[in-house]
Design a protein around this ligand. Structure first.
Ligand code: HOZ
Length: 428
């Protein structure tokens, strides 16, 4: 048994499934999870000394790569002044000003500790603001694990084949309505069925938890108009796309303005952070100004704020890093398609900017239903080969390939070589 296996055996005795988040258990791909000892730039090293090119990047936030010296130093410097105060600190004001300055739709923002918390809070605010209860979400979109969002959810919920979670009372889910991604008529029908009752529509503007599914041209615009016409708020869950597709995330990329936005780990450069924000009149609903209660001892934590600010400041000073990273994502997708085409592999390569995905299906992937046509056994086989050859992609079909600003052309070429050798071996 190697050290990862030993740790997993120990973990299984004291942590459910041996993991602190289900996707990590490798249940969808087989094999034993790798326990990570360290990470630097685009590389990650497990406890047995195997090094991989990392395409997870802690599920998105490592935009500048792992262990960036300026981010590490900012966090360490802040830690030297105390780990948590449970009181206001200067860095959280700076962070709020920076976010409001960079994202035009956000006039006020509240820090929380995870994307799940951000979504849970934004939904409460939307309900408080509109005085309505129903929320429309999209099949296959994942908005964290708060009760009302575990309905037709993506990510680990999708791989395990469990449509909902046990322990979610019917009452919590009954106000969640589900529409089909990229299908505006499915949203219109819900508004017609529940007139004047929908508080908000929440969406990942680029769906990245059923694999990566990009919005069809005009879909987000139509969603915007529909929400405005129906008096419902539009919430963009930008936990994955925020500050990744550019400073103003998917909303800037597609030119569609939501009423509320949720962010996650990216804001903290990987530290446990989330945030939600939007128009002033909506955000002024939040306690202590308004009547929507939401709180948190660790919110605006000084160490997390310092790390997040350091990353955002670097990006602010070097916006060309986005161009490089998006270009590398495009280069990867283009060459991957070329290889798959050569081997007549029934696959789809999807993505935008630095987010990519490889689906094992002949069908074009535009929504949850088509994403589910992917042959997950074929993905698992591919995953195991990639891992064995030093390429670390998410251990599930229904996640994204994350490119950082430090992935080099050599890394991507090496990755493509491994893909090519995988198909050559299959054909042989
Ligand atoms: N929710 C993440 C995938 N979209 C998985 C997080 C983890 O396992 O760390």
């Amino acid at each position: 048994m190697d050290r990862s296996e030993q740790l997993f055996e120990r973990a299984k005795k004291v942590i459910p499934g041996g993991v602190n988040s289900p996707v990590r258990a490798y249940m969808a791909v087989g094999g034993k999870p790798r326990f990570i000892a360290s990470a630097d730039k685009e590389m990650i090293t497990d406890v047995d000394g195997h090094t991989y090119i990392d395409y997870i990047g802690s599920w998105g936030p490592m935009i500048l790569g792992h262990n960036h010296p300026a981010i590490r130093e900012a966090a360490m410097e802040a830690a030297g002044r105390g780990l948590s105060f449970g009181a206001s600190c200067p860095a959280e004001v700076e962070m709020a000003e920076l976010i409001c300055g960079l994202v035009p739709s956000i006039e006020m923002v509240r820090m929380v500790n995870s994307g799940t918390e951000a979504v849970m809070s934004a939904l409460r605010v939307a309900r408080g603001f509109t005085g309505r209860n129903k929320i429309i979400k999209f099949e296959g979109c994942y908005h964290g694990h708060c009760d009302s969002m575990l309905v037709k959810a993506g990510s680990g919920v999708m791989t395990s084949g469990v449509p909902d979670s046990a322990g979610v009372p019917e009452g919590c889910a009954q106000d969640t309505l589900t529409a089909a991604y990229n299908d505006i008529e499915s949203v219109e029908r819900l508004f017609e069925s529940f007139p004047g009752q929908v508080a908000a529509v929440i969406i990942e503007p680029v769906a990245a938890n059923m694999g990566v599914v990009v919005p069809k041209e005009g879909f987000l615009e139509k969603l915007r108009s529909l929400c405005t016409a129906e008096g419902a708020l539009l919430i963009f869950d930008e936990v994955i796309t925020g500050f990744r597709l550019g400073f103003d995330g998917a909303q800037g990329y597609y030119g569609v303005t939501p009423d509320l936005t949720t962010f996650g780990k990216i804001i903290g450069a990987g530290m446990p952070v989330g945030a939600y924000g939007g128009r002033r009149e909506i955000m002024e609903m939040v306690s202590p100004v308004g009547s929507v209660y939401q709180a948190g001892t660790l919110s605006g934590n000084p160490v997390a704020m310092a790390a997040g600010l350091a990353q955002l400041h670097i990006l602010e000073m070097q916006p060309e890093l986005y161009e490089g990273m998006n270009r590398m994502g495009g280069y990867f997708r283009e060459n991957l398609r070329e290889i798959l085409g050569r081997f007549h592999a029934p696959c789809q390569v999807t993505g935008v900017g630095s987010l990519s995905c490889l689906f094992f299906t002949a069908e074009e992937v535009t929504d949850y239903r088509s994403a589910k046509t992917s042959d997950t056994a074929a993905f698992a086989d591919y995953f195991r080969y990639m891992l064995a050859h030093g390429i670390y992609v998410a251990p599930s079909q229904f996640e994204a390939v994350f490119m950082s600003s430090v992935h080099t052309k050599e890394d991507v070429d090496r990755t493509l070589e491994v893909v090519e050798s995988y198909y050559a071996r299959k054909r042989a």
